[in-house]
Design a protein around this ligand. Structure first.
Ligand code: GLY
Length: 304
């Protein structure tokens, strides 16, 4: 059995952009799936899927097309965690990486550290690009709206993926441009293992939404601990969102268990979501921009 589940962010996604989100989700699904199906690791698959969304200038708040800070710059956070051995790599407030999640992977594989930030993280980028190259006209228009009206325009927060590979290994990855109009130097939950991203031998989790609330709720680690204590998946997902709400936040999360079960939950207007699972001879998949807040769980292989 192999499974890849990814999200393109919770938020309020304009009707006019849903096709771009679906296209981007499909592309990311293929990018991760081709590795998983060839026997690649869950970590390889989640990094490839998230990197595909980071590279998409038409949709998603990550990499190219990230939300802008109040100064009009792009600052990205990303994390990858490998559930087989608990290794993690993360970067925060990076400004010159085409793929922040690939940089996070380098931190995991090539340094003795977990999290490297700011200019030091930028210095690790092998092929640095100008910050302007990450800034799209859509992101600039959104910042203009935010500046004029002092309100949150439409958009989504964060991209992420969780995967189960053929050897039973789990991994999670998350990447984001953060919150529109954020202060320079602000870091959200995405690059913090146990908050926005988590994987162990039993479960992998990636979160999307208001990072401050997910940080305070330590969302993904709390979810893993509740599941390990025997809490049912659906109830645990609902509880995770309730905890985020109690911290004055909203958003969503995706999760995948070592036994093959999938789950997701969100309390925003939309969640961009895609999954594919192969269990024996059967392969199932689904790609959607969901518009009804929900807690959803599926059996191994994506069975209803
Ligand atoms: N959840 C992403 C962020 O708040 O930065």
């Amino acid at each position: 059995m192999i499974t890849l589940l990814l999200h393109g962010g919770a938020g309020r996604i304009d009707e006019a952009r849903t096709d771009a989100y679906r296209r981007g989700l499909r592309f990311a699904l293929e990018a991760g799936w081709s590795l998983l199906a060839a026997g690649g690791s869950a970590a390889d698959a989640v990094v490839a899927a998230v990197a595909a969304m980071e590279a998409d200038p038409e949709a998603f708040n990550a990499g190219v097309g990230s939300s802008l800070t109040r100064e009009g710059t792009v600052e990205c956070d990303a994390c990858v965690m490998d559930g087989r051995d608990g290794r993690a790599g993360a970067v925060a407030a990076v400004t010159r990486a085409r793929s922040p999640v690939a940089l996070a992977r380098r931190v995991m594989d090539e340094t003795p550290h977990v999290l490297i930030v700011g200019t030091a993280a930028d210095a690790l980028v092998e092929d640095p690009i100008e910050n302007e190259a990450l800034r799209t006209s859509h992101a600039m228009a959104q910042l203009e709206r935010w500046r004029e009206r002092r309100q949150q325009p439409t958009g989504s927060a964060t991209v992420g993926a969780v995967a189960l590979d053929a050897s039973g290994g789990l991994a999670a990855a998350t990447s984001t441009g953060g919150v529109l109009g954020q202060w320079p130097g602000r870091v959200g939950d995405a690059p913090i293992p146990g908050a926005g991203t988590y994987a162990d031998a039993r479960v992998a989790v990636s979160c999307t939404g208001k990072g401050e609330a997910f940080l305070r709720a330590v969302t993904s680690k709390a979810l893993a601990e509740r599941l390990a204590a025997g809490s049912p998946l659906e109830e645990t997902l609902g509880r995770a969102l309730a905890d985020v709400k109690a911290m004055r936040g909203s958003g969503g999360l995706i999760t995948l268990l070592a036994d093959g079960r999938l789950g997701w939950a969100f309390d925003t207007s939309h969640l961009a979501l895609a999954w594919r699972s192969r269990h024996g001879d059967a392969t199932r998949e689904h790609v959607a921009v969901s518009d009804e807040a929900a807690v959803v769980t599926l059996g191994a292989g994506g069975t209803g």
